[in-house]
Every structure is written in structure tokens, then in C-alpha cells.
Design a binder for this molecule. Structure first.
Ligand code: MG
Ligand code: ZN
Length: 217
């Protein structure tokens, strides 16, 4: 395979950031202050996630299931994923959210088999457990899953690295890929720093973009 598409999950594949949506539903409002600190890069993902999930009381399995049922995704992601598979283009999700959330949401939309690299999460006996196997102590964004480390690795394995993202967790890989698809906060970030980007609104736009088609004929 010559090409790889590295996709962010929250706000990129899902319509809204599902971790934030989850916190908005279940955590004390103080999670927003922690979020501001994280977006500004003042605190690490590990610290942010622990402090934010500590603000959730009385969680149950039922509430979690109901929440996952409610998460909407960009419906064109499935067509994009099928197209990529057919054309031998690798697609991976690298998320600074949680692998468990990604799996639960994709499963509900009939999408299976996508490779996911993300932080680990479990909910047992009323307690949240987290683990961060892809942490990189030298990561500038203090991410839980350092996306720039993955990009470095993918650059060695593939001729062309595409990236699709929307927010703060995508700032660090933004200037390290061959083609960056950006929207929302990520787009503003690139404009301010003169980082080249391709604007997109959904995966249909990525799939039909000339630069994506041209390299994968
Ligand atoms: Mg995102
Ligand atoms: Zn990093």
C-alpha cells in the first residue's frame, strides 16, 4: 500500500466531539475549565481526562449504552472506508479520546475492522479505568496518544500520508503530513500559522478531492 489516511475520531468521524458530549451530559460543569486548559496546551491529556472523569458521579452501564446509541457520525465515512479498502488505501484512526468509545460508536453504525490507536478505557463496578499506552514524554501537546509519533512511523512505511482532523489533538501532526484535510479549530490553527491544508466538510469531500484521487489512481 502506497497511501495511508490517518483519521482523527472525535469531531472528525463523529459529528460532535463524543468525549466532550459525554462530559457535557454527565460531568459537573467544571470539566469546561479543564478543557480550556487542555486546548491551550497547559495540561496533558492524561491529567485532563483523569480530572474530567472524576467529575462524573453515578454512572451506570445503561447510561453508557444509551449514550453510545445517541452518537451520530458523518454518514459518508463508511463509503469512504469502503472506497479506500477497494483501492488498497490504508485507513487508520488515531484518537486522543478512547478506543472503547471509538469501537462502541463505529459498531453501532455497522463499521468494523478499522485499525484504532487510542487511549484505553474501561468502566467496571462504577469506576472508570484509563491507560495511555501511546504516550510520548517528549510530545509537545502532552497528548495521551501522541499523534506525531504515529505520523513519523507511517511516513517511513507509506509514500503518501493523508491526515483528516478538526481540533486541538490534531495541531501537532498538522505540519508533518503530506496532505492535511482540516476543518473547524484545526483550520483556524493552520490559517494562523500558514500550514497548508485542504478544507473539507465530510468524508465524501475527502474521497472526491482531486489531490486524494490523483495520488490513488
Ligand atoms: Mg477531533
Ligand atoms: Zn505528540
Amino acid at each position: 500500500m502506497d497511501s495511508i489516511v490517518v483519521c482523527d475520531f472525535d469531531g472528525t468521524i463523529t459529528k460532535v466531539d463524543c468525549i466532550n458530549d459525554f462530559l457535557g451530559h454527565f460531568a459537573d460543569k467544571k470539566w469546561l475549565e479543564i478543557e480550556d486548559d487542555w486546548v491551550a496546551g497547559r495540561i496533558s491529556t492524561v491529567d485532563a481526562m483523569h480530572s474530567q472523569f472524576d467529575l462524573i458521579k453515578g454512572m451506570t452501564e445503561e447510561k453508557m449504552e444509551k449514550f453510545f446509541d445517541s452518537v451520530e457520525i458523518d454518514e459518508s465515512f463508511k463509503a469512504f472506508y469502503d472506497y479506500a479498502n477497494k483501492n488498497k488505501i490504508k485507513v487508520v484512526i488515531v484518537s486522543d479520546g478512547f478506543e472503547y468509545f471509538v469501537g462502541q460508536v463505529l459498531k453501532r453504525h455497522g463499521i468494523e475492522g478499522v485499525e484504532v490507536y487510542s487511549n484505553k478505557f474501561s468502566f467496571e463496578n462504577g469506576k472508570f479505568e484509563m491507560d495511555f499506552p501511546y504516550i510520548n514524554p517528549s510530545c509537545k501537546r502532552k497528548a495521551g496518544t501522541c499523534k506525531c509519533s504515529f505520523i513519523k512511523k507511517f511516513k517511513q512505511l507509506y509514500k503518501t500520508v493523508y491526515y483528516v482532523g478538526d481540533g486541538a489533538s490534531d495541531f501537532c501532526p498538522a505540519d508533518k503530513v503530506d496532505f492535511l484535510f482540516a476543518k473547524n479549530k484545526l483550520l483556524d490553527y493552520c490559517q494562523k500559522r500558514d500550514i497548508p491544508y485542504i478544507q473539507y466538510t465530510d468524508f465524501n469531500g475527502v474521497m472526491n478531492n482531486d489531490r486524494f484521487r490523483y495520488n490513488n489512481r
